[in-house]
Design a protein around this ligand. Structure first.
Ligand code: PLP
Length: 471
């Protein structure tokens, strides 16, 4: 026994000998020497461990070894960031990359990536230019603001505004608006990190103008309103209307900042969607600065947009943190393209993928569910049952939390006692497909909301590879 195991280990070739093979040379030219050496070592180690207690010494199978080596290199060098099917029912899914952008934006990004661009270069005067200028003119037109500025995301926008205008001073916020937006973004924490002191005003459900009026003092640097985008307080509630807060701020000589969160540039109601406040309305209600995201309802790249008074934007621009939070040329290229689409609202729903998905008519999604269903049934091969259902999509990313969009999809359920674990196994099997399918589990059923299913043929085409673990 011992002798045969030792013999088997001796039968394994050395790394150096393998590297001389022609097949390995091909792998080296494709994947690079370090990765190939690492993979060969790892596979040899595994063989050695496996033969340690083998009773029969098998001959080294060179072609089998090479096939395993190639497969592993292929798997380990595949992109980590890759497309998935978002069938979660949440259109703007933060974990799945939020907004989808139009091809025109992708082309603009490619151009900016592969060629020199006038990022900070004024072609008129031949001197240094301002990188935000490429999008500022559109933001001004679309919001009516005097000036605009762009940073990495809306969290950065809030941070920069507070740090610039309220360092070591107080910012007044209603208690009902001290939100957490998932992950590490909690308004009180951002305020603390920005170096400001948060002064909570009013109560959780009701805050009045007089609460703000009493709270303003010589230490106050700003009054802030946060759009409670990911929850709604219902019942006995009261919030101070923006024009009244703006008037109070003006009277006391402090800026009034509005964090809109999503902030849509056009009125969503014209597309049959629920109302969402616009930066233009916030500014005309008297806000001095408005912050919002680029990749939520706006449907563009990750960015934080700040629009408002010239003098305040100029102060933000002079803050050294602006340099740390600035966006790169790819973001600006995509953002410029997307903002430009807003100049033609009639065609916006056709041109902006996020808005197109949000406005997809229910009968359209239902018809798709009926088309897709037989393919899902066939792929399940009797392991579970599937049926077409009506469901509700969410806009997501904290936008409009209580407004659900009627949608359609497919529910997969098992029978008997193993229902729950079946949904988990279906979910895992769909995630393991070449283009992973992400759905959601509800009441023991695996649900796929088809609102965001664009490439139906690709989805159906890979279903034949579905492998569900049987327990
Ligand atoms: C989403 C959101 C933010 C954070 O925006 P990001 O672009 O994700 O950084 C801040 N404030 C509100 C009200 C939001 O909804």
């Amino acid at each position: 026994m011992l002798r045969t195991a030792a013999a088997a280990r001796r039968a394994l070739p050395s790394v150096d000998r393998l590297l001389k093979l022609e097949a390995v040379a091909l792998l080296v030219s494709r994947y690079g020497r370090p990765l190939v050496v690492e993979t060969i070592r790892a596979l040899l180690d595994e063989r050695r461990a496996a033969t340690a207690d083998a009773s029969v010494a098998s001959r080294f199978d060179e072609s089998g070894f090479m096939a395993a080596c190639t497969a592993r290199l292929h798997r380990e060098t595949a992109p980590s960031l890759k497309p998935v099917f978002n069938l979660t029912g949440t259109v703007l899914h933060t974990n799945l990359g939020r907004a989808l952008m139009p091809e025109t934006a992708a082309r603009a990004v490619t151009r900016a990536m592969t060629r020199p661009v006038n990022l900070e270069f004024d072609l008129g005067g031949g001197a240094r230019g301002e990188r935000d200028s490429h999008v500022e003119r559109w933001l001004r037109k679309l919001t009516g603001a005097e000036c605009a500025l762009v940073v990495n995301n809306n969290a950065a926008a809030v941070y920069l505004a507070l740090n610039t205008l309220a360092l070591k001073k107080e910012v007044l916020v209603s208690r009902g608006e001290l939100i957490e937006i998932g992950g590490a973004f909690r308004m009180p924490d951002i305020m603390a990190r920005a170096g400001c002191k948060l002064l909570e005003v009013g109560t959780t459900n009701r805050t009045h103008l007089k609460d703000f009026a009493q709270a303003v003092s010589a230490r106050t640097a700003a009054i802030m309103k946060v759009h409670t985008s990911n929850y709604a307080i219902q019942g006995f509630t009261s919030a101070v209307p923006e024009p009244e807060l703006a008037a109070l701020a003006r009277e006391r000589g402090v800026p009034f900042i509005v964090d809109l969160g999503s902030g849509m540039l056009v009125d969503l109601e014209r597309y049959g969607l629920p109302h969402e406040p616009t930066p233009r309305a916030a500014l005309s209600d008297g806000a001095d600065l408005v912050t919002f995201s680029g990749d939520k309802l706006l449907g563009g790249p990750q960015a934080g947009l700040i629009v408002g008074k010239r003098e305040l934007i100029a102060r933000l621009r002079r803050n050294p943190l602006k340099r740390a939070l600035r966006v790169d040329k790819m973001t600006l290229a995509a953002l410029e393209t997307v903002l430009r689409l807003y100049m033609n609202p009639e065609r916006l729903a056709a041109q902006l993928p996020t808005l197109r998905l949000l406005t997809r008519p229910l009968p359209d999604i239902q018809a798709q569910a009926e088309r897709v269903l037989p393919h899902v049934v066939a792929a399940l091969d009797g392991t579970a049952e599937a049926r077409a259902i009506t469901t509700h999509s969410q806009i997501g990313s904290g936008s409009l939390p209580v407004d659900l969009l009627p949608s359609a999809g497919i529910a997969i359920t098992g029978t008997g006692k193993r229902r729950g674990s079946l949904a988990e196994r279906i979910s895992a099997a769909l995630r393991a497909l070449p283009v992973p399918v992400i759905g959601r589990i509800k009441d023991g059923a695996f649900i796929m909301d088809l609102r965001c299913l664009d490439d139906e043929a690709e989805f159906i085409g890979q279903l034949g590879r579905l492998k569900i673990d049987r327990v």
